[in-house]
Design a protein around this ligand. Structure first.
Ligand SMILES: *Cc1c(COP(=O)(O)O)cnc(C)c1O
Length: 289
């Protein structure tokens, strides 16, 4: 069992010539370093749900996700750490060869229930799994407690003068939390997820812009250009990114800077929200890290 090490969270400057040339500063908050599996934003989103489960004397955490879900993995690892049993309701049939993420989730002790795509409803617990011991967390940890937890990411932001906090957004829970303390730019990693903005605003945020132009074809989709970019960033800064979330964030910020989207003197903080385990689905040799 690997403990969470908050002391490893650090802020690094993203030293790319482009930013110097455009006279903007970009820092990265390395939440990916705190734990290999409860990585990045996931512990923050889970913390108040788990606290409430404990207060309500629930013993089993139930939540939802896909076959490569960072949220399921983080929940499984957190439940092992904090002494809950847990059930993951997975969208889609059990694959004949489980993804490395699925195998790891099961090793961590999460019971997995696979539901065919056409029957899967996020939030719906199948009859056999329903019960009074269950505490249910929405897919991706979306909700008020998730946003409240994500807002505590700001405890690790030492400098409060950033013009914008930039993050990748799936459910938008992290963006909603960050938006409670700063101006947020959220890069949507899903294609045409036009409800995202409203979902984030519902969690009580107004200083927000959502950008939909950097999904690279949709959730967990990528192009050669994106993987080349990931290798480039790694070569120049030694920062590894994941192709589902953080690479799209870094790419977006880089591209927006190229297109003079930011004023001179703009100070950006990019949230490295983890997710590196997802890169295991890439063909060997595609990434240099
Ligand atoms: C889950 C995840 C996100 C998205 O967080 P939301 O709160 O759902 O928007 C971003 N980055 C990484 C690495 C993630 O695993």
């Amino acid at each position: 069992m690997v403990d969470i090490d908050f002391s490893r969270i650090e802020t690094e400057q993203l030293t790319l010539p482009l930013f110097t040339e455009k006279k903007i500063q970009a820092d990265v908050l390395r939440l990916d370093k705190m734990h290999p599996e409860i990585s990045g934003n996931k512990w923050f989103k889970l913390r108040y749900y788990l606290e409430e489960a404990r207060q309500q004397e629930k013993t089993n955490i139930v939540t939802f996700g896909g076959a490569w879900s960072n949220h399921l993995l983080a929940t499984a690892a957190a439940c092992q750490l904090y002494g809950f049993s847990c059930t993951g309701i997975v969208r889609g049939e059990r694959p004949s060869t489980p993804s490395p993420v699925i195998s790891r989730i099961e090793d961590l002790g999460m019971e997995l229930v696979f539901i065919p795509r056409n029957e899967y409803r996020a939030g719906q617990v199948p009859g056999k799994q329903a019960g009074p011991r269950n505490y249910i967390i929405a897919e991706g940890g979306y909700g008020e407690a998730g946003a409240k937890g994500a807002a505590t990411i700001s405890d690790y932001i030492q400098d409060h003068h950033y013009s914008f906090i930039c993050c990748a957004a799936g459910t938008g829970t992290m963006a909603a939390g960050l938006g409670r303390t700063g101006n947020v730019i959220a890069i949507s990693v899903l294609r045409n997820n036009l409800e995202l903005e409203e979902k984030i605003r519902k969690l009580g945020v107004d200083k927000l812009s959502v950008i939909h132009d950097y999904h690279f074809g949709g959730y967990a989709k990528y192009t050669d250009e994106l993987t080349r970019f990931m290798n480039n960033i790694y070569q120049q800064t030694s920062i590894p990114t994941d192709f589902v979330y953080t690479a799209k964030l870094f790419y977006a910020v880089n591209d927006l800077a190229t297109k003079n989207h930011f004023d001179l003197g703009t100070r950006l903080l990019l949230i490295h929200s983890g997710g590196l385990i997802g890169n295991l689905s890439q063909n060997k040799g595609t990434l240099i890290f």
